[in-house]
Design a protein around this ligand. Structure first.
Ligand SMILES: Cc1ncc(COP(=O)(O)O)c(C=O)c1O
Length: 313
């Protein structure tokens, strides 16, 4: 196949069945592999749409520097799109982000401003918001930008419906909320009975790319009424299920994918008792950027009691 630009490769990601990770007979779990996007994550969709909207609205012009708080993936995607469209890009990122993310951003030519790691993504948001008062910057701000939601409404969800029009449940991680909001809106328009579930870390647990609303910041684009339930995941479960995904299905995905698969196991049991059907899990990225975290090699006490909290529909 021939393409005019790498930007044309964004989206249209494959949907792969996970037969070895499906705990019940009348349910099928499918993984939408967003790691197949050009920079290896779902955020390529969002970066392209935010930059196109910025250009269309007149807010983004070539004299501006694009500025964005990001735990990594959005930054890498913005860096790629910015380079191809001729913009400079400055990422604001917690100083404990994995080294692969920093190296990738630098490879794409981005500058990085570090926020305190112990303040997590909220610290990056606060720092970038303060910097953005300088008119030299254009801040797309994915937490409050409708283009983030629209990238999923017009892209991801539309693709899911083309492949699986009967989808009964959708599971995604909560970061900015863009994935959950855009897919919820489109999938529920198609079928109001389709259920939407969030994987959210327990307060204080580090699951790369995900955040909890319990720390007090609700992204402006996020509306809790658009989801039907959420499961709070511990860091160890995210890691264990990321390993299961590799061991049982051969899929090398990032840590938030493990958290999402763990939630899908719970959703599968519930859906099974209500007649079964297809569940789509959105796996945000591949495992490459997490190798330095030793997620696949560190010892974890698998016998440790799992205390997770489930809030159902
Ligand atoms: C690895 C990873 N997983 C999940 C998410 C959550 O996606 P969203 O921002 O659409 O809620 C992100 C986004 O920040 C991410 O980088």
């Amino acid at each position: 196949m021939k393409y005019g630009s790498v930007l044309d490769l964004i989206g249209h990601t494959p949907l792969v069945e996970l037969p070895h990770l499906t705990p019940v007979d009348n349910v099928r779990i499918w993984a939408k592999l967003e790691g197949q996007n050009p920079t290896g994550s779902v955020k390529d969709r969002v970066a392209l749409r935010m930059i196109e909207e910025g250009e269309a609205s007149g807010g983004l012009t070539t004299d501006k520097i694009i500025l964005e708080p990001t735990s990594g993936n959005t930054g890498i995607s913005l860096a790629m799109v910015a380079k191809l469209r001729g913009y400079r890009f400055n990422a604001v990122m917690p100083d404990n982000a994995s080294s692969e993310r920093v190296s990738l951003l630098e490879a794409f030519g981005a500058s990085i401003t570090y926020s305190p790691g112990d303040k997590g993504s909220n610290g990056a948001v606060a720092m970038a918001t303060e910097m953005s008062s300088d008119p030299k910057y254009f801040m797309p701000f994915q937490y409050g930008n409708q283009a983030n939601v629209d990238a999923h409404y017009y892209g991801t969800a539309q693709e899911i419906l083309e492949d699986l029009p009967d989808v009964k449940a959708f599971v995604a991680g909560l970061g900015t909320g863009g994935t959950l909001m855009g897919n919820s809106k489109r999938l529920k328009e198609h079928n109001p009975e389709c259920k939407i579930f969030a994987a959210e870390p327990q307060l204080g647990e580090l699951v790369y790319g995900l955040r909890t609303l319990d720390d007090g910041y609700i992204p402006p684009i996020f509306d809790p009424d658009k989801i039907d339930g959420k499961v709070r995941v511990k860091a160890r479960d995210g890691i264990l299920w990321t390993r299961e995904l590799l061991q049982r299905e051969g899929i090398f995905a990032g840590i938030s994918a493990g958290a999402i698969i763990w939630v899908a196991q719970r959703v599968a049991e519930r859906l099974s008792s209500e007649g079964g059907g297809d569940i789509v899990c959105l796996l945000p990225d591949g495992g490459w950027k997490y190798l330095s975290t030793e997620a696949w090699t560190q010892e974890i006490d698998v016998a440790e009691e799992q205390v997770e909290e489930t809030l159902w529909w």
